[in-house]
Design a protein around this ligand. Structure first.
Ligand code: F6P
Length: 323
């Protein structure tokens, strides 16, 4: 069996809290198994440009609590082309990189598959705040992002309560409503608007707010998933139809920053170590996933073809306890 002696690690796509813990786990596990480890800066772009740093045991000290990624990240359009993949393979060969760990989202995994096919065994680790990687119940960064959003919504509720207002809060997730659904329930919102479910202004928001008013409530929160609609326009519509003064807040990139929660550090540490175990056995073209409470791995193509929906159970619970 071929023994992999030198591996690389990179972060790709949008950053997510916990990526540093994953980098640390990859470096420490690699060194533990007798490999050399290099950190590749700025994702696949850095691989093409051979922008690397040799990683030693102390290179990853004191990074667990830091948000962002010490390796920096990028979305690399060149790497999405066959020529880009060939360039990256050539650079990897010149750098002596025989295996690679990529921490990122679906787009990053497509690159990991292409590199594996080109001859560099590559393992993907799900790292995105959106939790939109179908093969895994959990993605690194999700918990921290939700907690950040929740903290902001709690603050918005203070000012809404003082003014008897409604707050429309737009949370991140690209086209996935995982953050919206979870923080909607956890913040006690009146309505949750996501891409994955049908939406009707009258029944999903106006009637709910009117019912809450009838129950004596004077301030309201509506959570909207990013890219669903113009949050400012939605706020104006709510104000026009309910008579409740309404403001819109887009939480934006603040959800991507901050010190990772225990959950993100733990998941990242376990996934990072598992990724190196696969490379140690010369296995590539896999994604590490968390499924039904267990850490598993899938073929990348298989993983990319999977589908994941929001939890129906959460919608049912929300319906019963919100009025
Ligand atoms: O995928 C993470 C994410 O933060 C999404 O929630 C959001 O749609 C997107 O990245 C924003 O990307 P950018 O950092 O390029 O603005």
């Amino acid at each position: 069996m071929i023994i992999i002696k030198r591996i690389g690690v990179l972060t790709s796509g949008g950053d997510a809290p916990g990526m540093n813990a994953a980098i640390r786990a990859v470096v420490r596990a690699g060194l533990h198994f007798g490999m050399e480890v290099v950190g590749i800066r700025e994702g696949y772009k850095g691989l093409i440009e051979k922008n690397i740093m040799e990683m030693k045991y102390r290179s990853v000290s004191d990074i667990m609590a830091k948000g962002g990624t010490i390796l920096k990240t990028a979305r690399c359009t060149e790497f999405a082309t066959p020529e880009g993949v060939l360039k990256a393979k050539k650079s990897a060969d010149e750098l002596g990189i025989e295996g690679l760990v990529v921490i990122g989202g679906d787009g990053s995994f497509r690159g990991a598959r292409d590199l594996s096919n080109a001859g560099i065994p590559t393992i993907g680790i799900p790292g995105t705040i959106d939790n939109d990687i179908a093969c895994s119940d959990y993605t690194i960064g999700f918990d921290t992002a939700m907690n950040t959003a929740l903290e902001c919504i709690d603050k918005l509720k203070d000012t809404c309560a003082s003014h008897n207002r409604c707050s429309v809060v737009e949370v991140m997730g690209r086209h996935a409503g995982h953050i919206a659904l979870n923080v909607g329930i956890a913040s006690g919102a009146e309505a949750i608007v996501v891409h994955e479910r049908d939406f009707n202004l009258q029944t999903d928001i106006v009637e709910k707010i009117n019912k809450a008013i009838a129950n004596g409530k004077k301030h309201f929160v509506v959570i909207v998933s990013e890219l669903f609609c113009d949050s400012g326009k939605l706020a104006a519509q709510i104000e026009a139809t309910t008579g409740v003064e309404t403001r819109a807040t887009i939480l934006g990139h603040i959800q991507r920053g901050g010190s990772p929660t225990l959950r993100d550090r733990l998941m990242a540490s376990v996934m990072g170590e598992k990724a190196v175990e696969l490379l140690k056995d010369n296995i590539g073209n896999r994604v590490i996933a968390y499924k039904n409470g267990v850490t598993v791995d899938y073929d990348i193509t298989e993983a990319l073809n999977m589908k994941k929906d929001l939890k129906e159970e959460y919608f049912s619970v929300f319906k019963v306890i919100t009025y």
